[in-house]
Design a protein around this ligand. Structure first.
Ligand SMILES: [Zn+2]
Length: 216
C-alpha cells in the first residue's frame, strides 16, 4: 500500500506517519526530512534547497520533485507514506508521471479533517527539534524529558517564528488555496479517503487504519 497523507498544517500527518512506520513498517518520505538530509550532506539539490530556505522563498517544484523521485526510486515499490508531498495539484500530476518512471503508484490519498480552531490551538504550542525536525506540543504531545528531543536526544527544541497567530492564519490560508484542491483531485480519481483528525492520537490512528485496510 502506497499512500499520500495530506491536510492543513497541524492536522497530525507527521505523528500518524510515524505510527505507520513503527506499527506497519512502512517507509516514510517527508519533504522536510528530504530537505534536511540533502542540506546536511551538501548534495547539489541540498545546496539549492538551502538557498531557498535561507531566503524564505518558496521551494521550486523541480527541487522537491527530484528529491522525491530519487527517494522513491531507492525504495522501489511498496509501503510508502508520502507526507507533505504533493502539496499542490501540479505536484500531484508530476507524481503520477514520475511514479510511472520509478514504479510507484498512489493507492490512497488520506485527507485529515480538523476544524480551524483546533488547528490554531495545536500550532500555537508547537516546539520543533532543530536537529531532526520532530515536532512536539507543550500540552498535547510533550517530549518525555522536558526540552529534550525523544527521537535524537538533541536539546535544541525551538518555537518556529511562523507559529505566531498571524503566521498560523496565513499558513492555513495558503493551505486552502494550494493544497486543499488535492481533495477534488484524488476524489475524481477514486482514491480519496477522509479521516477525522480530532481527538487522541491513538483514536485517529485507528480510524486511519480502518480507511486503509478494512474492506467496506
Ligand atoms: Zn530531534
Amino acid at each position: 500500500m502506497n499512500i499520500v497523507l495530506f491536510g492543513p498544517p497541524g492536522a497530525g500527518k507527521g505523528t500518524q506517519s510515524a505510527l505507520l512506520v513503527s506499527q506497519k513498517k512502512m517507509h516514510h518520505i517527508s519533504t522536510g526530512d528530504l530537505f534536511r538530509s540533502h542540506i546536511k550532506s551538501k548534495t547539489p539539490l541540498g545546496l539549492r534547497a538551502k538557498e531557498y530556505l535561507d531566503s524564505g522563498r518558496l521551494m521550486p517544484d523541480d527541487v522537491t520533485l527530484s528529491m522525491v523521485k530519487e527517494a522513491l526510486a531507492m525504495l522501489h515499490g511498496e509501503g510508502v507514506v508520502l507526507d507533505g508531498f504533493p502539496r499542490n495539484v501540479a505536484q500531484a500530476d508530476a507524481l503520477e508521471t514520475l511514479g510511472r518512471e520509478v514504479g510507484f503508484d498512489v493507492e490512497k490519498a488520506v485527507f485529515f479533517d480538523v476544524p480551524e480552531a483546533v488547528l490554531v490551538g495545536r500550532l500555537s504550542g508547537r516546539w520543533t527539534c532543530r536537529n531532526c525536525g520532530a515536532v512536539y506540543h507543550e500540552v498535547n504531545t510533550p517530549p518525555k524529558v522536558a526540552g529534550v528531543c525523544d527521537r535524537c536526544q538533541s536539546k535544541d527544541l525551538y518555537q518556529r517564528a511562523d507559529d505566531s497567530l498571524e503566521s498560523i492564519k496565513t499558513r492555513l490560508k495558503i493551505y486552502q488555496e494550494t493544497t486543499a484542491p488535492l481533495r477534488d483531485y484524488y476524489q475524481a480519481r477514486g482514491r480519496l479517503a477522509a479521516v477525522d483528525g480530532q481527538g487522541p492520537t491513538e483514536q485517529v490512528y485507528d480510524r486511519l487504519c480502518r480507511v486503509l485496510w478494512e474492506k467496506k
